[in-house]
Design a protein around this ligand. Structure first.
Ligand SMILES: C[S@@+](CC[C@H](N)C(=O)[O-])C[C@H]1O[C@@H](n2cnc3c(N)ncnc32)[C@H](O)[C@@H]1O
Length: 291
């Protein structure tokens, strides 16, 4: 007898399946990216003033919960929540909140592709970074669902990338091309050619379609060239990232294991070169639900 999968189970295909290793990677990545890109809400010169009138904030697809924990620590008046489909991420995040005595931080297991278990008009700020893990056709309804749970006058804030850096390393660049091709085949992002993810320019469109107004943009650059503070940590993060992506890239047929292993070896050397240069750009777009 076969068991019929839950509707959401059949749809969910996060491209990294080793969630243990992904958790460890994301914890490290959050530290370096948050610092190098200017903090939790770097687009606001006075973050405290922006957050002061808020009661509740949410981070959708929160991973191990770094954004929520930081927000809860910085703004004790704020109830900050996060959800992720991965039970391990949520267990880790809840443990961090408990150990850090952050009673205003909480996390739940939830699938962004399902109706979310929050009331209408509930959050003053709904944040999500790397919602790109959601497959292409689901985007309009996922953003609409984020809009439903946002209070009138509240904000939806989305941060995405076009790629995981532009660098001087030929091996890194080749790896990036392979990954972006895999994304296109795997229904991730919107690029018709796989040249990039093709997602950031669509964010204002999705927010507008959902009903948002006052749409704004901000794009910090993380410089992780040789000699910068971020260099070693970002290089390590992305080497692990590509390693964890191997099953996905091989699975969709864009590369062989041998090719990826060789690129990994070349990357090891090229990322350590004295003249190595790399920019990683994050595109943040936010909009407001009309009052
Ligand atoms: C690249 S990580 C980003 C985590 C976090 N937003 C950050 O910026 O560090 C993507 C996260 O999305 C989660 N995820 C993937 N598909 C999901 C879905 N359908 N619903 C909820 N979370 C999902 C994964 O478990 C993973 O933790």
């Amino acid at each position: 007898m076969t068991t019929k999968p839950e509707p959401s189970e059949s749809e969910n295909r996060y491209f990294i399946t080793d969630s243990h290793a992904e958790l460890a990677r994301l914890v490290e990545q959050e530290r370096v990216i948050s610092k190098a890109s200017g903090g939790r809400l770097p687009e606001h010169t006075d973050q405290a003033a922006f957050v002061a009138p808020f009661q509740r904030a949410l981070d959708a697809t929160c991973g191990p919960g770094g954004w929520v924990l930081e927000m809860a620590r910085a703004y004790p008046h704020l109830q900050v929540m996060g959800f992720d489909i991965d039970e391990q991420m949520i267990e880790y995040a809840n443990t961090q909140a408990r150990v850090g005595k952050l009673e205003n931080a909480s996390f739940q297991v939830m699938n962004a592709l399902d109706p979310l278990d929050y009331p209408d008009n509930f959050f003053d700020l709904v944040n999500a970074r790397y919602l790109s893990v959601i497959q292409r056709p689901a985007w309009p309804r996922v953003v609409q669902e984020l809009y439903r749970i946002t209070k009138p006058g509240g904000f939806i804030r989305l941060t995405e990338i076009e790629d995981d850096s532009v660098t001087t390393s030929p091996a890194f660049e080749r790896m990036m091309v392979i990954f972006l091709q895999a994304c296109r085949i795997g229904d991730i992002g919107f690029s018709p050619t796989g040249r990039s993810l093709g997602l950031p320019p669509r964010l204002p469109y999705f927010l507008r379609q959902a009903g948002c107004i006052n749409i704004q943009k901000y794009a910090p650059i993380v410089d992780w060239s040789a000699g910068t503070e971020a260099h070693a940590t970002v290089a390590q993060d992305l080497k692990i990232f590509f390693r964890l992506l191997q099953p996905f890239m091989i699975g969709v047929g864009v590369a062989t294991e041998e090719e990826l292993e060789q690129l990994h070896r070349d990357m090891e050397i090229e990322l350590r070169a004295e003249d190595f240069c790399a920019f990683w750009t994050f595109f943040t777009v936010w909009g407001q639900k009309p009052r």
